[in-house]
Design a protein around this ligand. Structure first.
Ligand SMILES: C[S@@+](CC[C@H](N)C(=O)[O-])C[C@H]1O[C@@H](n2cnc3c(N)ncnc32)[C@H](O)[C@@H]1O
Length: 396
C-alpha cells in the first residue's frame, strides 16, 4: 500500500480528530497513488496515523477512514458508520424520516453526504475513493433503514469536478422515484431530488422554523434567494399578510409556486424570477418597506482566496436588504460560506448597518446549521452556516 507522510501540523490535527489532509500538509509520498486508492498515512517521524482514500489530483490529498492499521476498508465498515450516523439522528435528534443521514467527515465518512426524505435517500459523493464503493454504500443505506426504497445519486457540482469525477444524476438503487412531500414546522414542501444540491436545503431547517415565532399576523415579508420558497412559505403559513420571494432560478420558483399551493397560501405570495441586486433596487425605488427581510444567498466565498471579494458581495446584499427593513423590523441574514467565519460575518453586517443608517440588536443567539449536519469539534471545515436574527432600528 502506498504511503503519505504529513507534517507536524497535519499530524496534530489528525490526532485531535480531523479526518482530512490537505496537499499543503503532505511532506512526501511513497509508491504510486492513483485517484481513489487507499493509502497509509504516517507522521514525519514514521508513526502510523491512519488509512484513507487518496487523490493526488485534489487539494484534499487524503480523506482518513480509520486510525487502526488492521481495520479493513469495505462495505461492512461503511455500513457500521452509516448505522451509527443514523442512530444519532433517530435517537438524539428525533427528526422523523427527514434528515441528513450522513454529513461527510463529521460522521467519519469523508466525501459522502446522504439526505433522507421519507423513503428516498439522496446521495452525494465528492471523493474518487468513495465513488468506487458507491453501490456498497447504497446497499448499506437500505439495509440500515429498510423503509428507504430509493437511493438517488445526486452526483453533480463543483466538488465532483475538482476530484475529476463525472457528473451523474439518476436512481442508483431501488424504485424509480424523485419526489416526495416533507413536513417542517407548520409548512410542507415538495422535494424533488433533481433540484439544487440534494433537492432541499435541510441545513436551514431550525432557522426556517424559528422564523415562524416572529410572525404575529399581518406582516409584510421579503425572502431573497428563496429557492423553493423555504423561509417565505413558513412566513405565509404562520400568518404573514404579504410575502414576496425572489430567486434567479426559474425552476426553483416554479417549485416555490407549487409549494405555496400545497400550503394553501398562494393568494398572499408573489414570486419574482430575477437577480437579487436589481430586484431589491426596484423594490427600493418603489418605496417598499418590509417587516421582515430574509437573505440566504449561495456561498459567495468558495475558496479562501476569494474572501475579500465575497465579503464585499455579502456587504452589498445586506446593505440593500437593510434599507428594505422598516424601522423596528427584522433582518434574517445568513452565510453558508465555510471560509467566512462568524467574526468576519459580524464585521460585515456592522459595516453594512452603519452605511444604511441602522442599529442592530441580536434577537437570537448565533444560529448555525441544523444538528443533523453536526459540527465536529476538531474540524473547523465542518462548520459553515451562520444565521443571524436581527432587530433593525433607524439611526436618527
Ligand atoms: C442557499 S440557497 C437558498 C435556500 C433557501 N433559503 C431555502 O431555505 O431553501 C440560495 C439560492 O439563491 C439563488 N441565487 C443564486 N444567485 C442568485 C442571485 N444573484 N439572485 C437571486 N437568487 C440567486 C439560488 O438559485 C438558490 O436557490
Amino acid at each position: 500500500m502506498a504511503r503519505v507522510y504529513v507534517d507536524a501540523q497535519a499530524s496534530r490535527a489528525l490526532q485531535k480528530g480531523a479526518m482530512i489532509i490537505f496537499k499543503k500538509g503532505v511532506i512526501r509520498t511513497e509508491g504510486e497513488i492513483k485517484p481513489g486508492d487507499i493509502v497509509e498515512v504516517y507522521s514525519r517521524g514514521g508513526k502510523f496515523l491512519g488509512k484513507g482514500f487518496a487523490n493526488p489530483n485534489s487539494n484534499i490529498m487524503v480523506r482518513l477512514l480509520t486510525k487502526e492499521k488492521d481495520v479493513e476498508i469495505n462495505k461492512e465498515l461503511f455500513k457500521e458508520r452509516i448505522r451509527k450516523a443514523n442512530e444519532y439522528r433517530k435517537k438524539v435528534l428525533r427528526y422523523g424520516n427527514v434528515y441528513r443521514m450522513v454529513y461527510g467527515e463529521a460522521d467519519y465518512l469523508p466525501g459522502l453526504i446522504v439526505d433522507r426524505f421519507n423513503d428516498i435517500a439522496a446521495l452525494q459523493i465528492s471523493s474518487a475513493g468513495m465513488e468506487r464503493f458507491k453501490l456498497d454504500v447504497a446497499e448499506a443505506i437500505m439495509e440500515v433503514e429498510p423503509e428507504i426504497e430509493t437511493v438517488f445519486e445526486k452526483n453533480t457540482g463543483r466538488s465532483r469536478r475538482r476530484e475529476g469525477l463525472p457528473e451523474i444524476e439518476r436512481v442508483l438503487l431501488g424504485k424509480e422515484k424523485y419526489r416526495t412531500i416533507i413536513e417542517e414546522g407548520r409548512a410542507k414542501f415538495i422535494v424533488d431530488m433533481r433540484g439544487q444540491k440534494t433537492g432541499f436545503f435541510l441545513d436551514q431547517r431550525e432557522n426556517r422554523i424559528a422564523l415562524e415565532k416572529y410572525i404575529k399576523g399581518g406582516e409584510k415579508v421579503l425572502d431573497v434567494f428563496t429557492y423553493t420558497g423555504g423561509f417565505a412559505i413558513h412566513a405565509a403559513v404562520a400568518g404573514a399578510e404579504k410575502v414576496i420571494a425572489i430567486d434567479k432560478s426559474p425552476k426553483a420558483i416554479e417549485m416555490a409556486k407549487e409549494n405555496a399551493k400545497l400550503n394553501g397560501v398562494e393568494d398572499k405570495m408573489e414570486f419574482i424570477v430575477g437577480s437579487a441586486f436589481p430586484e431589491m433596487e426596484k423594490l427600493q425605488k418603489k418605496g417598499e418597506k418590509f417587516d421582515i427581510v430574509i437573505l440566504d444567498p449561495p456561498a459567495f466565498v468558495q475558496h479562501e482566496k476569494d474572501l475579500k471579494r465575497g465579503l464585499r458581495a455579502y456587504f452589498n446584499v445586506n446593505y440593500q436588504g437593510l434599507k428594505l427593513v422598516k424601522d423596528g423590523g427584522i433582518l434574517v441574514t445568513c452565510s453558508c460560506s465555510q471560509h467566512v467565519d462568524l467574526q468576519a460575518f459580524k464585521d460585515m453586517i456592522i459595516a453594512a448597518a452603519a452605511k444604511a443608517g441602522k442599529f442592530l440588536k441580536m434577537l437570537e443567539p448565533y444560529r448555525t446549521q441544523a444538528p443533523d449536519h453536526p459540527i465536529l469539534m476538531a474540524s473547523k471545515d465542518t462548520e459553515y452556516l451562520k444565521c443571524l436574527f436581527l432587530y433593525v432600528e433607524d439611526m436618527k
